[in-house]
Design a protein around this ligand. Structure first.
Ligand code: PEP
Ligand code: MG
Length: 324
């Protein structure tokens, strides 16, 4: 099987009906970067910056972070890297930060909420990213944005950081892309203005699904209870795709489900064109996409929904089996 993936490594993830899906990889440590060349990924669609905070015993310094981000960009050799600002809290607790005693940390003081309430660390991180870019293009996204105003405030922090760099005479990125993760159902219903303003959106399916079904992703009893290909969830995702299409907002999906071939094929069928996953999933996902006709798959998904199936999975599996 590995050989089959090697033979398609440099081929596009082009479906039988001519749609090309961009496959990116998720990363978080320097050690992940060599996979960028080996996997055939087009770029890093999600760089989880909190991992580098989690492996340290002290808060990293700005210069240290900046050097690290510069090495990530060097290793990417001009390919796009989407840096996600710190997503701490919830399951990710920094050893050198006072733990919060929260009854529901996944829904608590985490990610952009911490970044906006105590902006010191986020400001330091934004500055480190700007310096690391040394004038090169830079992509940054904010985690766990639940309403437009949080994105707007985070963007203002970036504007301030940019202004400071300008005054200091440091180079600023030739192109700065700012985006948000869509991980709470509320953001899918943000005003059109949000979809127009945001540079891009990336669906964090791990969190989005846990909040959609109210099923804790950490709880073995419930975490696999609801299928990602449940018609309700898939209809919800399709609605997000349509809103993004209406405003021309670039959309990707970067949760773990993007790396599962059947799920990935369904996401493509409902209109997603950028998927970001662990590097080892790129081969299998590409392989299934190259054997799928998205128009046919979409018809199967809609037929299953119209019939009242609970999940589109059985119908989709039957279709895909016929393609093997
Ligand atoms: C997600 O929620 O799907 C996501 C990509 O972020 P994380 O898994 O780091 O919460
Ligand atoms: Mg998340």
């Amino acid at each position: 099987a590995q050989e089959r993936y090697a033979s398609i490594r440099d081929k596009p993830a082009e479906t039988l009906d001519g749609h090309t899906i961009a496959l990116h990889m998720n990363a978080g440590l320097m050690a992940d970067l060599p996979s960028l060349a080996g996997s055939g990924a087009e770029g890093v669609g999600l760089f989880r910056t909190e991992l580098q905070f989690l492996v340290r015993s002290q808060m990293p310094k700005r210069a240290e972070l900046s050097e690290l981000y510069a090495r990530v960009m060097d290793a990417a050799q001009g390919k796009r890297v989407v840096f996600r600002t710190l997503d701490i809290g919830s399951d990710k607790v920094l050893p050198y930060m006072k733990p919060n005693d929260e009854p529901n940390p996944a829904m608590g003081w985490r990610a952009i909420r911490v970044g906006l309430d105590k902006p010191g660390v986020m400001r330091m991180q934004l500055q480190a990213l700007l310096r690391a870019a040394k004038g090169r293009p830079l992509s940054v996204m904010f985690p766990f944005v639940a309403q437009m105003e949080e994105y707007t405030r985070a963007r203002e922090e970036m504007d301030k950081a940019l202004e400071r760099e300008r005054i200091l005479g440091h180079p600023i990125p030739e192109n700065l892309e700012l985006g948000a993760m869509l991980e709470t159902p509320s953001l899918a219903y943000a005003p059109d203005k949000f979809f127009e303003d945001v540079g891009f959106l990336s669906i964090g399916g791990n969190d989005l699904k846990q909040f959609f079904f109210a099923a804790d992703r950490e709880n073995e009893r419930v975490r696999r209870r609801y299928d990602t290909l449940n018609v309700s969830f898939l209809s919800f995702l399709e609605r997000i795709v349509q809103r993004c299409e209406a405003t021309g907002t670039p959309l990707s999906f970067c949760g773990e489900d993007a790396g599962r071939p059947v799920e990935a094929a369904c996401f493509a069928a409902i209109g997603m064109r950028i998927l970001s996953m662990r590097p080892a999933s790129i081969g299998p996902v590409k392989s299934i996409l190259r054997r799928s006709d998205l128009g046919e798959l979409r018809a199967i998904i809609h037929a299953a929904r119209d019939r009242g199936d609970m999940s589109v999975r059985p119908a989709v599996l039957e279709y895909l089996r016929g393609k093997l």
